[in-house]
Design a protein around this ligand. Sequence first.
Ligand code: UTP
Length: 290
Amino acid sequence: MRVRKAVLPAAGFGTRFLPATKAIPKEMIPLVDRPIIQYAVEEAVASGIEQIIIVIASGRSAVEEHFDSHPGLESWLEERGDIEMLRVVRRISEIGPIAFVHQKEQLGLGHAVLMAKELVGDEPFAVLLSDDVMLNPGGKPVTEQLIEQYQAHRGSMIAVQRVPRDDVDRYGIVAPLHQEGRLVEIDDLVEKPSVADAPSDLGVLGRYILSPKIFDKLETTQRGAGGEIQLTDAIRALSAEQPVFGYQFEGVRHDAGTRLGWLKANIAMSLESDLADEVRAYVRSLDLRD
Ligand code: UTP
C-alpha cells in the first residue's frame, strides 16, 4: 500500500526552549529563514506525500497561519515589485493540502499521533518530528528513503543513526535482532537507557513509517516516562505483532529542538545558504580563545 499521508506533531510545550516557546510553538522558531516545521513539510512533499496532517495545540494558531495565504502581505509585496519574495510567500500556502487537528491536552507524542487517527484511516503513514531537521543535499529526502524501505520490506520503519555512546540516555535506543547493511530488524526499543544498559548505540530519530495498527496500540498505551503517552511504547507493542525495522538513513540530522542544537543548525545551514560568505567571514573574525 502506498504511503500518502504524513503526521507532523507540533503541539508540545517545547519546555527546553522556554521562554521563546511561551507564545509560539517550538516548530515556529526560525532556522536561517523559515520556521523549523517548514523544512519537514517540504521534506514530506519532496518524498511524495500527498496529505499533510499537522497536530497543533488547541488555541495556538501560528502554524496554521504560516501555511495559510496572506492577501494583505501579498498585495504589499506586489505593489513594491518584490516578486522574488512574493513567490516565496505564495509557495508556502500552495504547498499542498494541509489538515490541522487539535491536541487538547499535552499528553505526549504518542497521544499527539493518536489525534490524527480519523484523518489517517486504515493505511500506513509517515510521522515527521520537525525539530529533527534531516538534510540530504543532492540525495533522496530521509522520508522518501524510509518509504522505499517500507515498500521493500513490508514493516514499520524507524529512522536510526549511531549516536555517541555517552549520549544514549537522550534517545530511544534500538536492541537489534538482525542487521543487514543499513537495515536493522528490531528486537526491542529502550527509552533513554543508561550508558551501561544501552543495547546498542543506534538512536531513534524523528522519522517513522507506521502501520495503522499503531493506533490500536496507542489507544491502550498507558502513560509512561514523564507521565506521557509515549510513541516508543506503542511501537514496542506493535513490534510484538508485526515486523518493525530501523533504517540507517543517508543524510545529516540537526537537533533543532534544543538551544545548542538549534544554534549549531543555524551555523551549519547558513554556511550552505546565500549567507555563506558573510557567515564564514564573521565566524573567522571571532576571538575564540578561552
Ligand atoms: P518533545 O519530546 O520534543 O517535547 O516532543 P516538546 O514538548 O516539544 O519539547 P520539550 O521536551 O518540552 O522541550 C516531540 C514532538 O512531539 C510533539 C512536539 O511538538 C514535538 O514535535 N508533541 C509532544 C506533541 O505534539 N504533543 C505532546 O503532548 C508532546
